[in-house]
Design a binder for this molecule. Structure first.
Ligand code: PBG
Length: 340
């Protein structure tokens, strides 16, 4: 048969130049989608790199103005705060302390840059002496007593000026408890970004170094989800939305892109994916060894997360990505000018 009569498809026609590829590109990364996590520690003058997360630092509150200025300069408009308190105790009292590290950090950032969107992680594990996410009763995390602590913490964050609170503990009923407490305290307009589908993942390892929050014994499998379960993830998301979540997070991102995609189809709410510490550390380690092209790998990873359906991406790569996107935009503008 004459090949000219064969009607196979010529996909390559639209791949012939960068200009054509740009026109038919389905997914675009934007700095608007990025949320940058910050680890806030006690003391002053602290800027300590996390060994397993090169390029990520624990910062004391006094470092925040310059940090926020850098983020602004890069076009990053949202941060997610984690706290490392000076004192930890059984009841995580540092979590809801009006003068706690997070409450101070929120006030400092909002004073310096009121437009910066400040999201706070609401959990107890960084504040308990045993490193568990809730109150221990007989060696187990007791669900309902923990809800009160979470609610109190969320209200203290809102009172400090947080734009959004993000409960990450995975207790049952926490979104309802947090919503009620916020409403009662007069914060009816403070949205909840719920870590709705949070899996019991080995990819959180480096984070626990960064936040100094590894459990002293046991693990988090009695409350975080089994990595094998997708239907259950959808029920978790549905439940959090019924309880009052305004937007949801799927976490981690890469091993759970099917959950992101399914959630995108089922629920018409904003969805964030958390590109977690272990995912960051893997890329960094390979890049530092010269085994991969960091820039291309990171842009590919984040494009994949967007393509799966996440609108927002929480990522430690945010600063680099913002720089690279800007460089690309600059290069395109220069190329267009040169072509004129
Ligand atoms: C809990 C919390 C964790 C992360 C975010 N919030 C750790 C955990 O559940 O053990 C992990 C984030 C990351 O790995 O980047 N406060």
């Amino acid at each position: 048969m004459n090949p000219a009569e064969l009607s196979f498809r010529r996909f390559r026609r639209l791949r012939r130049s960068e200009g054509l590829r740009r026109l038919v590109r389905e997914t675009r990364l934007s700095v608007d989608d990025l949320i940058y996590p910050l680890f806030i520690t006690y003391g002053t003058g602290v800027r300590r790199e996390v060994p397993s997360m090169p390029g990520v630092y624990q910062l004391s509150v006094d470092q925040l103005p310059s940090e926020v200025e850098e983020l602004r300069g890069l076009g990053i408009g949202a941060v997610l705060l984690f706290g490392i308190p000076e004192h930890k105790d059984e009841l995580a009292s540092g979590a809801y302390d009006e003068h706690g590290v997070i409450q101070q950090a929120v006030r400092s950032i909002k004073r310096y840059d009121p437009e910066m969107v400040v999201i706070t992680d609401v959990c107890n594990c960084e504040y308990t002496s045993h490193g568990h996410c809730g109150v221990l009763v007989g060696g187990e995390i007791a669900n309902d007593p923990t809800l009160e602590l979470l609610a109190r913490t969320a209200v203290s964050h809102a009172a400090a000026g947080a734009d959004m609170v993000a409960p990450s503990d995975m207790m049952d009923g926490r979104v309802l408890a947090v919503r009620r407490a916020l409403d009662e305290a007069g914060f009816i307009e403070t949205p909840i970004l719920s870590y709705a589908a949070k899996f019991a993942s080995a990819f959180y390892g480096p984070f626990r170094d960064a936040a100094e929050s590894a459990p002293a014994f046991g693990d988090r499998r009695s409350h975080q989800m089994d990595p094998a379960n997708r239907r259950e993830a959808l029920r978790e998301i549905e439940t959090d939305l019924e309880e009052g979540a305004d937007a949801v997070i799927v976490k981690p991102a890469l091993a759970y892109l099917d959950v992101v995609a399914l959630a995108r189809e089922r629920f018409d709410v904003p969805i964030a994916a958390y590109n977690v510490s272990g995912e960051y550390a893997m890329v960094k380690a390979a890049a530092l060894n010269g085994w991969i092209d960091e820039r291309r790998v990171v842009l590919e990873v984040l494009t994949g997360i967007r393509r799966a359906g996440a609108g927002m991406i929480i990522t430690y790569h945010a600063k680099d990505v913002a720089r690279w996107l800007r460089e690309e935009a600059g290069a395109e503008a220069t190329a267009l000018l040169a072509a004129e």
